[in-house]
Structure formats: structure tokens, C-alpha cells
Ligand binder design. Structure first.
Ligand code: PMP
Length: 387
């Protein structure tokens, strides 16, 4: 009830005419509200009650490197990766974070060296996730510094490369772009889940980041996790979080454990019961949305979308095409600033410049409510009819 009244409140405050057809539709953030229907259907399966006397302590398990990691949450992380087959967890340290955003900063801190004579360069290939440059630079750290596009990076010496796969904003699968050693890699795998991309094999990197925000849609819980091979790196990441927030909300970790458990259960029970797994549900929803979006775009000549080839998904056991969480839309012809153009038509998107790319591109969230998504389709179709 809370989430439904909150979302209608948000819609009415952002509407030019509350609830009206002329409101600005905000698709510049990837707010994953589309999964609400699934979680409503799950009823009390993911409800938790925490009495006031519980979880007063800062500590969870002082024998663990990540001493604020709740055992129940760690158990469900390992189980879910096994069920989905998207990451190796054996021989990894789990570090929990307040969203994967905190873990990106923790990883930059952990991989840089206080003894270095200059800040280590942080790079990512264009189009990169729009938050990386400001995350790397907003504190003007002496430890690390944003150095832009990984593909054209040619400075000697150590560097940190952020590898986002599948990529935000364009949805393509990625590998490291800087072709030399001395690179320290952070794999941001926020979207490496079967509803968005075929799972080709369990990821097996030195440092990978995941988040409930995009996997289950619980962005408001603010929970992410890192799988870290090196013990010293895991220790330094833990230290960063200790300095930053003295740990991560236990309430959120327990809620996350319950939600991840429900996802794993839904996958394992799919064959024995009528119920549908979370990934089947979300996959079908994404398939339907991408079909509608492609049909609207292909009906005119004004816009184009990325094209993907299908590949085998080990989770679904069949060939499938990527269906990213964002549409990386290009304005063809003489529209130079696609973000402004769409804003005139009451569609708020994030322009290509934020991602180091051309202004002819915009990123549009595919994860909003059905109502907003259908309005997007209507408006894109109407624009193409008018122009
Ligand atoms: N990495 C990528 C690539 C993302 O798209 C996002 C969310 N937009 C994040 C990290 C941060 O997610 P959160 O802090 O909600 O876990």
C-alpha cells in the first residue's frame, strides 16, 4: 500500500495536470518500479518483522573480514549466484555495501595506493555509466582521478578500469578495453541477470559488483555486494565502509536476504509448482517492452536503437537476445540534441553527453511503471507521425 500511494503521489506531483496525459514522463533515472507487481503477488513471503530489541549492535561477525556482513544475507547471495549461474563465489570474500554505489567508492579506495606520487587514473569505455566521472572526482581525492575513455587511454603506469557488463547505457556485453597489464579491474555487473542479458558463464573476476537495485528491483533497500578475490582488497574495502558509515544497515541486509531467498525459491520451485520464477516474470516483461519499443521506433525514420545478436543463456537453456534495462536511442537526421528534442515532447531522458557520447543519443529507462512506459510508447509514436 505504501509503495502504491507513494508512486501515485510522485506521478501527481510531477504531472503538469495531476494524473493527466500531458505530464512530463521522467525516464532519466533507472528507477526499477516495474517489478512491484511481482512482489505484490508474493504477499507475505518477503515480509519481515524486526522487534525493537533486535540488532542493536554494530557488529555481525567479528571473525569475518567484513565484520558487519550478516550471515543470512551472505548465504542467500551465494545461493542465488549458484541458482542463476552468473558468478563464481568459491574463494571470494563478500563485502556488503549501501548500494553498489558505496562499493564503487570502496573499490577505488582499496585499489589505489597512498604511497603513489600521483592519483591513479580511473577509466571506462565510452559510453560509460554517467555517475563514474563524478564519483571518481567529487572529493578531489589524492588517491584516484577520473581519466575518461578507456579505449583512447594511453598513459603509462597503473590504472583502474571500470568494466560494466552488460553496459549502462547501451546494453552491450563488455570486456576490459585497455589492452595492457598494470590494470586493476572493477567489474560492475549490476545488469548481469537473466532478464536483461543471456548468462553465458559464471563471471570469475578479481572484483565484481552486484546490487539488488537492478536484480530484484529493490533500489530503496540500498544493498549491494562485492565478490572479491584478494583478501587485502576486501579488507581495505571493509575499512572504507567502516570510515564511511560504520557498516551497512542490518535491517536492510535481512530484508535483502529474504528477498534473495524468495527469488531463489521461485527459480527452484518453478518446475514443481504453477508459480513463475522472478526471472521468467521479469524476462517476459522486458521482452514485451522491447517488442513494443522496437515497433514504435521502426514505424518511423526518426530514431534508431542498438541491435543485438542472440546467444545461449545457461539459465533459461535457450538462445535469447539482450533486452537491456535502458534504451540507448539515437536521433537520426538533423536533430543534434536528442535530450532537448524529447523534453519538448515531455519525455525526460539522460543525454549522450553524460556518458561521454554524442548528444544525438539519449538513455531511456525501461524499468518504470506500465503506465509511464505506455505513455512513452504513445509519445514516441505520436512524434514520428507528426515529424
Ligand atoms: N552501477 C551501475 C552500472 C548502475 O547502473 C547503477 C545504478 N544506476 C549502480 C552501479 C548503482 O546502483 P546502487 O547503488 O543502487 O546499487
Amino acid at each position: 500500500a505504501i509503495s502504491s500511494s507513494t508512486s501515485s503521489l510522485m506521478n501527481s506531483t510531477r504531472a503538469d495536470h495531476p494524473g493527466g496525459r500531458d505530464r512530463m514522463i521522467k525516464l532519466d533515472h533507472g528507477d526499477p518500479t516495474m517489478y512491484e507487481i511481482f512482489w505484490r503477488e508474493m504477499g507475505d513471503k518477503t515480509t519481515i518483522i524486526i522487534p525493537g530489541w533486535q540488532f542493536l549492535s554494530y557488529f555481525s561477525d567479528v571473525s569475518n573480514i567484513c565484520w558487519f556482513l550478516e550471515a543470512e544475507f551472505a548465504k542467500e547471495v551465494v545461493r542465488l549466484h549458484k541458482v542463476v549461474g552468473n558468478a563464481v563465489t568459491e574463494g571470494r570474500h563478500i563485502v556488503v555495501g549501501t548500494g553498489s554505489s558505496q562499493l564503487i567508492l570502496a573499490a577505488l579506495y582499496a585499489l589505489s595506493s597512498p604511497e603513489a606520487t600521483e592519483p591513479i587514473s580511473v577509466v571506462s569505455a565510452i559510453p560509460y555509466y554517467s555517475c563514474y566521472p563524478s564519483m571518481a572526482n567529487y572529493q578531489k581525492s589524492g588517491l584516484y582521478k577520473w581519466a575518461g575513455d578507456a579505449e583512447s587511454f594511453d598513459k603509462d603506469g597503473p590504472y583502474i578500469e571500470l568494466v560494466t557488463s552488460p553496459n549502462n547505457p547501451d546494453g552491450y556485453t563488455r570486456v576490459a578495453m585497455v589492452n595492457r597489464s598494470q590494470g586493476l579491474l572493477i567489474h560492475d555487473l549490476a545488469y548481469y541477470w537473466p532478464q536483461y542479458t543471456p548468462i553465458s558463464s559464471p563471471s570469475d573476476h578479481d572484483l565484481s559488483l552486484f546490487t539488488v537495485s537492478k536484480s530484484t528491483g529493490h533500489a530503496g533497500m540500498r544493498i549491494g555486494w562485492a565478490l572479491v578475490k584478494d583478501k587485502e582488497v576486501a579488507k581495505k574495502m571493509t575499512k572504507f565502509i567502516e570510515l564511511n558509515t560504520i557498516g551497512v544497515s542490518k535491517d536492510s541486509q535481512l530484508r535483502a536476504a529474504k528477498v534473495l531467498k524468495a527469488v531463489s525459491d521461485s527459480c527452484e520451485q518453478e518446475n514443481s509448482q504453477d508459480g513463475e520464477s522472478f526471472f521468467k516474470f521479469s524476462y517476459m516483461l522486458m521482452t514485451q517492452r522491447w517488442k513494443q519499443l522496437r515497433a514504435a521506433v521502426e514505424a518511423g525514420g526518426l530514431f534508431t536503437l542498438p541491435q543485438f545478436s542472440p546467444s545461449f543463456c545457461t539459465f533459461f537453456g535457450q538462445e535469447m537476445e539482450p533486452q537491456p534495462a535502458f534504451a540507448w536511442l539515437k536521433c537520426e537526421g538533423d536533430i543534434e540534441d536528442c535530450e532537448s528534442f524529447l523534453r519538448e515532447h515531455k519525455i525526460l531522458t539522460r543525454g549522450g553527453g553524460h556518458f561521454g557520447a554524442s548528444l544525438k543519443y539519449v538513455r531511456i529507462s525501461m524499468l518504470d511503471t506500465d503506465e509511464t512506459f505506455l505513455q512513452l510508447i504513445d509519445r514516441l509514436s505520436a512524434i514520428q507521425r507528426q515529424e
